[in-house]
Design a protein around this ligand. Structure first.
Ligand code: KIV
Ligand code: ZN
Length: 521
């Protein structure tokens, strides 16, 4: 088989990244984009872990067409039945069940003998197969497992009905040559292996995830589990964009192909980075902002004469159409709607209307509007938490010799809450004024600001993380004014917090009555 399947686990293992928590709407939007990019499998979540995860898997299973939708389950009856309940509406459902196979995991985590682990794996796969025709079995910590035990266990679970066998380098321990031998060993020593697809799932603790996954492909693996931007537990998973572009760029070497629409990679990366609140490092392979930038004069000269002198991939191949002007101030609703459709957004007329208002407001302030700007407006407008608080107005004064001061007006239903505060800088003053108006306690744990596109009139995108009772709420805001973007991001995080814990929030006190330091918990 010359086709390598791309199994995307951004929504499951990716969401296990520290500090990342996606709402059901955000997961759905990422799933829509993964389907546009034509991944083969979307691992939508781990339904037993929470009601939110269950609902996200179910919503994705109900709506997304094209890819197989997988739900994760430990090798227990309750997990498997819950996974099936969530994923069964999918046109092509998959149950993905796993068990630890290394001595250290079996002894200390499972507290079971190898024979017991083999038995529970077989029973789990049998049950999953009774429910679903597509069953993946993962050997967790396979790379630190006894290969002879792995061979026996894999043979047994294939006999029980597993259709994909996933070999996990759970702790990112293996090396490419060693992993190649493990996969080759499985192909030689498991008599019924031809009845299943061999998959690999690598973590990046030693920076080897991409190399290990590609070594496994050379040894015969035909499914790679990966996450967009390489997000995931600890140092993350194999980066989807890296393996896909390596297989595409070095088709001469690997001789295999994926079904990925590579032109969707940049957009997917941006969407995941924004929703997860995890910026992509500038020098990140494929999707970093410097990945196609040539700094040295010699390189620039070469690229101008012939791009292939220093470019092994074209920026367009991942969907980077540099500096392309798409729409402007005079574009009408019709052209705007066509542009959204061309970008792959399938939106209701109502959504188009509200986006068009924001587009027009932006076009008044910004000369050139690119795909990136439109993507930022869509993400900022449509995937917001319920607006408990809305920014009515704000005013800031700041200078090198004066105390920064801010006044803000927040709308809450029909109520207008006004508050003024001073701060260490204009953003701090705005945040303190908002704190005073909202009147609940939380802690600002992270704040960042970046430009969505280049140029003096670029949109600014602010991201904040607020923590309350151990839970972290991510907020984003986009505006041509960076103070406004910062205020919007802060209010967005407060709204997420308020809509999830509304019942427990104390009502704000009357406007302007609270001291500045009374609210930061
Ligand atoms: O890293 C791992 O072992 C996993 C399994 C559930 C496949 O994520
Ligand atoms: Zn993992």
């Amino acid at each position: 088989m010359q086709r390598v399947m791309i199994f995307d686990t951004t929504l499951r293992d990716g969401e296990q990244s520290p500090g990342v928590s996606l709402s059901v709407e955000e997961k759905l939007e990422i799933a829509r984009q993964l389907a546009r990019m034509k991944v083969d499998v979307i691992e939508a979540g781990f339904p037993i872990t929470s009601q939110g995860d269950f609902e996200a898997v179910r919503a994705i299973a109900q709506e997304i067409e094209g890819p197989i939708i997988a739900a994760l389950a430990r090798s227990t009856e309750v997990d498997i039945r819950r996974a099936w309940e969530a994923v069964s509406p999918a046109a092509r459902p998959r149950i993905h069940t796993f068990v630890s196979t290394s001595e250290i995991h079996m002894k200390y985590m499972l507290r079971k003998e190898p024979a017991q682990v083999l038995k529970m794996s077989v029973e789990a796969v049998r049950l999953a197969r009774e429910l679903c025709p597509d069953v993946e079995f993962s050997a967790q910590d396979a790379t630190r497992s006894d290969p002879e035990f792995l061979y026996r266990l894999i043979e047994a679970v294939i006999e029980a009905g597993a259709t994909t066998i996933n070999i996990a380098d759970t702790v990112g321990y293996t090396m490419p040559g060693e992993f190649y031998k493990l996969i080759a060993g499985i192909r030689t020593n498991v008599p019924n292996i031809h009845r299943a697809v061999i998959s690999v799932h690598c973590h990046n603790d030693l920076g080897m995830a991409t190399a290990n996954s590609l070594a496994a492909v050379e040894a015969g693996a035909r499914q790679i589990e990966c996450a967009v931007n390489g997000i995931g537990e600890r140092a993350g998973n194999t980066a989807l964009e890296e393996v896909v572009m390596a297989l595409a760029t070095r088709h001469d070497y690997y001789g295999v192909q994926t079904g990925i629409v590579t032109e969707q990679i940049a957009r997917t990366s941006h969407l995941v980075s924004t929703f997860a609140g995890m910026p992509v490092q500038p020098n990140k392979a494929i999707v970093g902002s410097n990945a196609f930038a040539h700094e040295s004069g010699i390189h620039q000269d070469g690229v101008l004469k012939r791009p292939e002198t220093y470019e092994i991939m074209k920026p367009e191949s991942i969907g980077l159409a540099k500096g392309r002007l798409v729409l402007g101030k005079h574009s009408g609703r019709h052209a705007f709607r066509d542009k959204l459709a061309e970008m792959g957004y399938n939106l209701s007329e109502l959504d188009v209307d509200s986006l068009f208002i924001r587009f027009k407001a932006l076009a008044d302030r910004k000369k050139e509007i690119t795909d990136r700007d439109i993507q930022a407006i869509v993400e900022d407008t449509l995937y917001k938490a319920e607006e408990v608080y809305r920014l009515g107005a704000f005013q800031v004064s700041s200078g090198n010799n004066s105390l920064p001061m801010a006044t803000i007006v927040l709308e809450k239903g029909k109520e207008s809450i006004r508050h003024a505060a001073s701060g260490d800088g204009p953003v701090d003053a705005v945040y303190k004024a908002i704190d005073g108006a909202v009147g609940i306690s939380y802690r600002l744990v992270d704040y960042s600001l970046k430009a969505v596109t280049s140029g003096k009139d670029a949109l600014g995108e602010a991201t904040v993380r607020l923590e309350r009772n151990g839970r972290v709420f991510l907020g984003r805001g986009v505006s041509i004014d960076i103070i406004e973007a910062s205020a919007l991001a802060y209010i967005n995080a407060i709204n997420k917090m308020a809509s999830q814990v509304e019942a427990h929030l104390p009502a704000p006190t009357s406007s302007g009555q609270k001291g500045d330091d009374a609210v930061m918990g």
